[in-house]
Ligand binder design. Structure first.
Ligand code: SF4
Length: 456
């Protein structure tokens, strides 16, 4: 046992406090805030291993207030709130309970605080030992659907996820068709691609840039396109004196941009629209726009997609061929994260294989599917569906792990291909995201019993 977890020593580390909360090793029946209000934990929330509050979607009641769904932050001391910058971080805006080992100064204003040190259900050492043998799936992590799903054979689970994946493909296609209805198919694809390139943090400004493409005009050189995208995006630095390569690249971009700036001045996005907080350098919008500029500059970028989906033999595989088509090398951006970062020795892809893979499954295949529906082209539709269901599995991520644990617990089912992953995400979107952590009123468990268990 780590010495910090022996009685009477320094406060336990934050990770231990997270486990205490996750496994609810507290005196739940009489849990109180530091100002004496009773706290009822209807659900402790889900441990968040990414940036943001420690627990998300908790369901709690403080005093006589109505129960609320909220996030919870765990810190060793109250002062951690300001020291870690949570007060200024918008991702912590949903936190309604601060859980600390010992309360004191420097915590969030007007937020209930639960002090753990006198409210554990057993001595620290005893809890630490028990947590070492705790079940892999913490209580409350399983959804209500886990019980009927546990009775389903793996083949039926694959059928179910396949149906959900088909629904997801159709839903994404419908969303792209709605955009095409307002603009055109080409524009719908660019809007989808740009939005995906923005990922979570910058999807909206990227989408706005894509919406402005018809007004930007389409020079054929990637650097001229990039100058317009960065200029309208408000991402071109005024002055910079860095290495020779950076200065040269900036000069080239400005040479292009000064010619267009007056014409496009009214379209320039406000600087604050971009999110850089917590953004990995590899995900900077400048690099994403550099990739988009390469795509836009290729006259065959979209026609190639139409050919590709119709080919019966694509070497080495359809996925590899598409990923190659989406890859580009840029003289400057392949070796720089930002204008200010130094040059790295080995070129790095402008977008990781995982993200390119997501773009294929979430944008390109749905876009082709939507077009097949519009043209009433059953053959094309069949080809797209075959590609979709044969598409290799993407990288695992925290969202997939979360929903897999909610639905399947520790049951190991090998999910075949990207479609099964998409199916899981569709169940989450259609059911989990429409209720609380207690699965109140979720109809999915009944649906599983009715549609899949009965036929066993
Ligand atoms: S909300 Fe529905 S689908 Fe999601 S875990 Fe709960 S029962 Fe399952």
């Amino acid at each position: 046992m780590p010495s910090v977890l022996r009685e009477g020593q320094t406060p336990p580390p934050e990770q231990f406090l997270q486990q205490v909360w996750q496994y609810q090793r507290i005196r739940r029946a009489d849990l109180c805030t530091s100002d004496g209000r009773r706290v009822t934990v209807l659900h402790p929330g889900f441990l968040n291993l990414e940036a943001g509050p420690d627990f998300q979607r908790a369901y709690i009641q403080v005093g006589r207030a109505a129960p609320v769904e909220c996030d919870i932050e765990i810190d060793v001391a109250s002062g951690g709130w300001h020291q870690h910058g949570h007060h200024a971080n918008p991702t912590f805006a949903g936190v309604r309970l601060h859980v600390v080992w010992q309360a004191g100064a420097g915590g969030p204003n007007d937020m209930p605080v639960v002090e753990l040190r006198d409210q554990l259900d057993a001595p620290v050492a005893q809890i630490a030992q028990a947590l070492g043998q705790a079940p892999a799936v913490p209580p409350g992590s399983l959804g209500r659907c886990a019980a009927p799903l546990a009775d389903l054979p793996a083949t039926k689970i694959h059928d179910l996820l396949g149906q959900a994946a088909q629904t997801r493909l159709a839903a994404k296609a419908a969303a792209l068709a709605a955009v095409a209805e307002q603009a055109n198919w080409k524009q719908a694809l660019w809007i989808g691609l740009f939005t995906a390139l923005g990922y979570k943090q910058n999807s909206w400004p990227m989408r706005r840039l894509a919406e402005l493409l018809p007004q930007l005009g389409q020079p054929t050189e990637p650097v001229a396109l990039l100058a317009r995208l960065l200029g309208v995006g408000g991402l071109l630095p005024d002055q910079l004196d860095r290495d020779r390569l950076t200065n040269r690249h900036l000069r080239t971009l400005w040479d292009q941009w000064w010619r267009d700036r007056d014409r496009l001045a009214k379209r320039i996005l406000p600087k604050g629209i971009w999110t850089f907080h917590g953004l990995r350098p590899a995900n900077r919008p400048e690099r994403r726009l550099a990739l988009a500029a390469h795509w836009l500059s290729r006259p065959n970028f979209i026609p190639w997609l139409d050919d590709w989906v119709c080919q019966t033999k694509t070497r080495p595989t359809p996925a590899a061929a598409l990923l190659k088509h989406l890859t580009a090398n840029d003289e400057y951006w392949s070796t720089h994260w930002t204008f200010r970062s130094g040059r790295f020795a080995k070129a790095q892809p402008l977008l990781g294989a995982g993200r390119l893979h997501d773009i294929a499954v979430n944008i390109i295949l749905p876009w082709l599917y939507a077009r097949s529906l519009e043209d009433n082209n059953a053959g094309l539709r069949q080809r797209v569906v075959e590609r979709y269901f044969a598409w290799p599995k993407g990288q695992d991520n925290s969202r997939l792990r979360f929903v897999r644990q909610r639905l399947l617990g520790v049951r190991r089912i090998s999910l075949r291909g990207a479609a099964a992953q998409q199916g899981l995400l569709q169940v989450q979107a259609d059911f989990c995201n429409r209720t609380n952590a207690l699965c109140d009123d979720c109809v999915f468990p009944d649906l599983v019993r009715r549609q899949f268990l009965k036929k066993n």
